[in-house]
Every structure is written in C-alpha cells, then in structure tokens.
Design a protein around this ligand. Structure first.
Ligand SMILES: [Zn+2]
Length: 126
C-alpha cells in the first residue's frame, strides 16, 4: 500500500460549454429578472436584468473571499427545462478565505437568497 493515489480532483465551475449569449442559451426566454439578497457580510441586495446574467455572478461581498460568487447557470437551466416561471433558492458562495497563508484556507460562509422570475416567449403550438 504505497501512497500512489492521485491527488483529489480540483473542483471547478464550468461556464456554458461554448460561450454563447443568454439569448442563444435560452431562446424561449423573453425576459428574466434575478433578485439576489446576500445574507452575510454587506448583505447586498440587487437585481440583474437579462443582459447582465451569466453562468456565475462573480461577486461576493466578503472581502476575504477569493473566487467567490453565485452560480446562476444550473438554476436557470433547471427552471428552463421545467418551464418554471418563478423560483426562490439559496446559493452558497463556493469561494474560500485565506487564513494567513495561501495553503491555509477555509470556505467562505456567505450565501444568498435568489429569486428568479422568467417570462417565456409565446410559442407556436405544435
Ligand atoms: Zn464568498
């Protein structure tokens, strides 16, 4: 039993496969509004319109947080697949804080409440 194990795979946060615009990724969405309420740190409360929504909101108000943000992509894709018009959910910041040295880190504990409202295009019935 020699230590020949591969190092744990680094977690990563993929973006939309090929980079496409919101419109290309979700052609049936006419309009969308995302409301975010951070629950810790500066407790920022803000809204995102369609043209400012991406896979991730690259923002966390915890000033010690690195690589923080909130992932909207999976949530919107899931809603889109189910044609849901409204959903409220919690998103946890995947960032981390450096504790004195770069090898000593802990997870960011910030999280936010997100409310997504989607208006779908009228589709031709078939
Ligand atoms: Zn964070």
């Amino acid at each position: 039993m020699t230590g020949n194990r591969k190092p744990a795979k680094k977690r990563y946060y993929p973006f939309f496969g090929p980079e496409v615009s919101f419109q290309e990724a979700f052609p049936d969405i006419d309009d969308i509004c995302v409301e975010l309420q951070e629950n810790l740190h500066e407790k920022k409360h803000y809204w995102l319109a369609k043209n400012s929504i991406g896979e991730v909101v690259p923002y966390c108000s915890n000033r010690l947080c690195h690589d923080g943000g909130f992932e909207l992509g999976p949530l919107i894709r899931d809603m889109y697949a189910k044609k849901e018009v409204e959903r409220e959910d919690l998103l946890i910041c995947p960032g981390h804080e450096h504790m004195g040295s770069r090898w000593n880190t802990r997870r960011c504990v910030n999280y936010c409440t997100v409310r997504v409202s989607i208006k779908y295009r009228n589709r031709i019935s078939h």
